[in-house]
Design a protein around this ligand. Sequence first.
Ligand code: GCU
Length: 343
Amino acid sequence: MEILKKLPMPDGMTKAEIVDLLLHEEYGYLPEAPQSVVAEVVGEEKNFCAGKATLRHLKLHTKNSFGDFSFPVFYACPNEKNEPVPCFIHINFRNLVPDRYQPTEELIDAGFAVLTVFYKDISSDDGDFTNGLAGVVYPNGKRTDTQCGKIGLWAWAAMRVMDYAQTLPEIDGGKISVVGHSRLGKTALLTGMLDERFFCAISNDSGCSGAALSRENDGETIAKIYEVFPFWFCERYAKYANQEDGMPFDQHYLIAANYPHRVYVASAEGDAWACPKNEYLSCVAASSFYEKQGKPGFVHPPRIAEVGECFHEGWIAYHKRAGTHYLSRDDWKFYIDYLNQHL
Ligand code: GCU
């Protein structure tokens, strides 16, 4: 816990200042919100999951000042409901429903709807900025050093799914959470920071440049992530490689800037690359920002979490499960328990 004394703290800053700092230095500025988002129903299965749900294949058409962009979304919603249901927006690695990272029937059984966006339908996961949304936003495939990388583009799409979710009468617009795993957990936290309509942003094993503090990270470092995945970030982020100690921020700023809604960080014991210790300490360090705004922050014991523990009392929540890097049913169970406790 010694590291906590060495961290810069966002407590004297406004949320807008934190957001600006993180966009300018790490993720880059996103394209502006669209003028309109219209959904087209491409297919429908009314008897999905033994008749418990309806699954729709949608295409979301967005009209923007920089150009139009359309992308597919899957939407599964319980058929039986007495009132508007809570919902997940899941930014996923595959365009499958269900998927090993998305146990859709269990989510339906728990009373949740789920909207899924496949990240590569937005733009490829590489340095090519000429395809998908990147090709529309960056017509010659070139960015300035503060324009966003792929994480920002994926987050932009998740917010468009939120725009659409807000129009659905069967969904409770105040009970929508965004969730993603790993690089898409980083994306979920950025989405949560930028979009105050969410109830909770959920980061599963997001690690370096996601939930985990960059200072004294035993797993992935900024130098390592930027060497392999520079296109996830804005170009200015390069200058922090091996310069963590002098950074004017750390990843707890991203957790803190999820205020005014809730944020959930999950770690897996066997996921050393994501540095579970630093994911936990980031929650500890972000707590005072929430507390200053009059919300309970991270309610936790004065030590590092043990395997199997969850801390679900505060507006910052955390669990550490056994096993490796994965978005498992065990993680979803923890999320559903937390949300049911507070929704
Ligand atoms: C790599 C990368 C991580 C990332 C992970 C993932 O391991 O180094 O930062 O979280 O991929 O997205 O699966």
